[in-house]
Ligand binder design. Sequence first.
Ligand SMILES: O=P(O)(O)OC[C@H]1O[C@](O)(COP(=O)(O)O)[C@@H](O)[C@@H]1O
Ligand SMILES: [Mg+2]
Ligand SMILES: [Mg+2]
Length: 298
Amino acid sequence: MSDSMKTVRTATATGQVRTSITDQVFETVAESTPELRDAIRGRRGKTDSTNRSGERQRAADLWFDELLAERLGNIDGVGTYASEERSEPVDVGDGLSVTVDPLDGSSNLDSNNLVGTVVGVYDGPLPASGRDLVGAAFVVYGPTITMVSATAGTVAEYEVVHGELECQKRDLTLPSEPSVFGFGGRVDQWSESFEAYAEGIRENLKLRYGGALVGDVNQVLGYGGVFAYPALESKPAGKLRHQFEAAPIAYIVECAGGRSSDGRRSILEIEPGDLHERCPLHVGNKTLIDELERSLAT
Ligand SMILES: O=P(O)(O)OC[C@H]1O[C@](O)(COP(=O)(O)O)[C@@H](O)[C@@H]1O
Ligand SMILES: [Mg+2]
Ligand SMILES: [Mg+2]
């Protein structure tokens, strides 16, 4: 862990204050969505810079990050802003730590497919375990803009209309009868045990994979099922970043009554050693994640 990470201040907010700050974070992201969506136009191409994960950044990745850093960093009670697109967290005062995947699914920009934004609010210094999450949300820039947010064990879905949150579903839970699945990574890179699990899943569920975590997980929340970006032969820790992507998504799915796993335990149990570390991600209906863990253990 770098020195600058160690010095990021620990949040000390009470429950009520934490909820109010978390709500402000979600509302601020929602208010920013009209500008964010507009900013994609003309910024889909790659720049010369790479992020800490070694990925070429798009102009839109950088623009989203700059806007969110400014807006979220200005909220009273937010102490740290950290993003997939910057190496180090930014100390912005005292309070909660906000993590952002500003533009999720950015490779989908080439084909003008789905993208989104993922936000985590942690009560503690970064890197933090998912157990420190006090809220998480994701935005989907689809035919309309939606946000799914989770706090205190409940999940809600909103349409974001001119930056305002309009509730569509309160107490969202995963449908008990799963119907869809989406698995990332090249099939020839999967482990034999994951391939065996996938075989069984393919027999019973319908494939839905769009290449943006937010969209693929949103289908699992809506229809029931399982999303995975598993460990790959060339990437044993998978592709997705624990702090910015996996933990917030796992928190939302668990709050919706589902399960998350890195293959053997809840994603929320992981104690990350580095802000940008990756982990395999599997989320969905409890029965399907239990079955996954049994398969991977063989
Ligand atoms: O192109 P692949 O290998 O299917 O990977 C898709 C995955 O990569 C991601 O695009 C990674 O996120 P970023 O776009 O934020 O880097 C996820 O949204 C998605 O689940
Ligand atoms: Mg992402
Ligand atoms: Mg991203």
